[in-house]
Design a protein around this ligand. Structure first.
Ligand SMILES: Nc1ncnc2c1ncn2[C@@H]1O[C@H](COP(=O)(O)OS(=O)(=O)O)[C@@H](OP(=O)(O)O)[C@H]1O
Length: 436
């Protein structure tokens, strides 16, 4: 009904526009004759009028779609202004507790919309905490040397095996976090499952006597010391030695084109967008996998945790420096502008897509496909997507909040039709028109 009403008003406007322009043309031609202006000149003017009319007509036509379609158009088009070629061969090392799930959602969306192939694990992780091996990839054909566009699920990095399946021009990136806050997040998240943390009554106790609880080489240690160093495929129990650490870090710098920082997530997204030559909407995201609350650390505790995780702290300090060097090169002012654009767009999308602008507890989300995965005793937060949206808009919004494990099921179902176990697809996730 609303649509018919819009169309009727629209037709009247076009008729009015036509009459208005014809009258103008008529008056003009009469004036030209009276002033005895040569026919060539006034005919030229008539052509100009005709062009003006068509422009007006098209301009109004583009503006006057129904409001819902307009919303989708805004979601669809935020074209890049640069002439670069978007990158689609990507290796993302998803380190733990570093905002990797938010990055992953973005990669899932991009790959999904552009029909890229993902190197997927048989289950949900690549036999973590074992070192990555190409035969852990579902459907990998060693003989025919299958290659993929994106590798991004949790794994323990092993470059020679990654190189077997990823194209030589792949863009490698990862994300790091201050090991002090990472340790707090890790302790609370893995407290009930980690052999080390289980023994400690609380974080304060663990910080005070880590060696009482931590036995080097014990299974499941990775959560408790130099977690990022471990994810990078290095030995977290190596006693800290600056020249050895420097050599390892230099090697990481050689392999990874970009190292992001979770504390500067938005700046990170701007650098990433630039390097990948993607559009703003490709890197806009809503926070994933956040906890309801965290325990604040005082300076002494932070210092102690950084000392305990000395290899991670060295790594973080090094890449913090390289990060800001990149920002400097990009231009501080330009960065501020881009970060503002990103935040504005996030706000705009949140207003379009979400019920409420803050994440909510899982039990407040009724839609099964977007409930956050709950792990241990932590309350992991998620988002409620508005129900009364135009289907394409809703599909876009849902994609932005699908938790990583469920998105993996969706991608797997797409890549391996008929072979997926319980991958129930969230309602309305097919975005046929978007980004295609
Ligand atoms: N955009 C953005 N900016 C800053 N921080 C963010 C962002 N998105 C997620 N997070 C925080 O990252 C923590 C979860 O990290 P991961 O998703 O990597 O965890 S996991 O290893 O996959 O379980 C988790 O930290 P904690 O809440 O301290 O646990 C999230 O709150």
């Amino acid at each position: 009904m609303v649509l018919f009403e819009c169309q009727r008003i629209y037709m009247w406007r076009i008729m009015f526009l036509m009459l208005y322009n014809l009258t103008l043309v008529h008056l003009l031609s009469r004036t030209m004759r009276l002033l005895q202006i040569s026919p060539i000149h006034w005919k030229g003017l008539l052509v100009l009028f005709a062009i003006g009319f068509i422009t007006q007509f098209l301009g109004r036509h583009l503006q006057k779609s129904s409001p819902q379609t307009f919303t989708v158009q805004r979601l669809l088009f935020s074209p890049s202004t640069s002439n670069c070629q978007p990158k689609s061969h990507i290796v993302f090392l998803k380190t733990h507790k570093t905002a990797g799930s938010t990055v992953l959602n973005m990669l899932n969306r991009y790959g999904d919309r552009n029909s890229l192939t993902f190197a997927l694990p048989q289950k949900y992780q690549f036999s973590y905490p074992n070192l990555f091996n190409s035969n852990m990839v579902k459907g990998y054909d060693e003989v025919n040397k299958s290659t993929y566009d994106i590798l991004c699920h949790h794994l323990r990095f092993n470059l020679p095996e990654v190189r077997k399946l990823m194209p030589a021009d792949s863009f490698y990136f990862t994300i790091l976090r201050d090991p002090a806050t990472l340790a707090e997040s890790s302790f609370s998240y893995y407290h009930s499952v980690s052999s080390v943390f289980k023994k400690a009554p609380n974080l304060t106790e663990f910080i005070a006597h880590p060696l009482y609880y931590y036995k080097p080489g014990e299974k499941g240690n990775q959560h408790a010391r130099n977690f990022q160093w471990f994810d990078l495929g290095l030995d977290p129990d190596t006693p800290f030695n600056e020249s050895l650490a420097r050599a390892d870090v230099k090697e990481i710098k050689r392999v990874f084109n970009l190292v992001l920082l979770s504390e500067y997530f938005d700046e990170s997204m701007v650098l990433l967008k630039e390097e990948l030559c993607w559009d703003l909407d490709d890197v806009v995201n809503f926070k994933q996998n956040s906890r309801e609350s965290s325990t604040p650390l005082d300076k002494r505790e932070k210092d102690m945790l950084r000392a305990w995780n000395a290899l991670d702290w060295y790594l973080y300090v090094y890449f913090n420096r390289t990060f800001w060097e990149k920002v400097e090169k990009f231009g501080r002012e330009k960065m501020d502008i881009e970060v503002s654009r990103l935040r504005e767009r996030r706000q705009q999308l949140a207003e379009i897509c979400l019920e409420g602008l803050d994440p909510v507890r899982g039990n407040e989300i009724n839609e099964k496909g977007i409930k956050p995965f709950q792990f241990g005793q932590e309350k992991i937060m998620g988002w409620v997507v508005k129900m009364d949206l135009e289907p394409n808009t809703r599909a876009w919004c849902v994609q932005m909040v699908i938790p990583e494990l469920r998105y993996k099921d969706i991608l797997e179902a797409k890549q391996f039709p008929g072979s997926v176990r319980n991958g129930s697809k969230p309602a309305g996730t097919t975005v046929k028109l978007l980004g295609s």
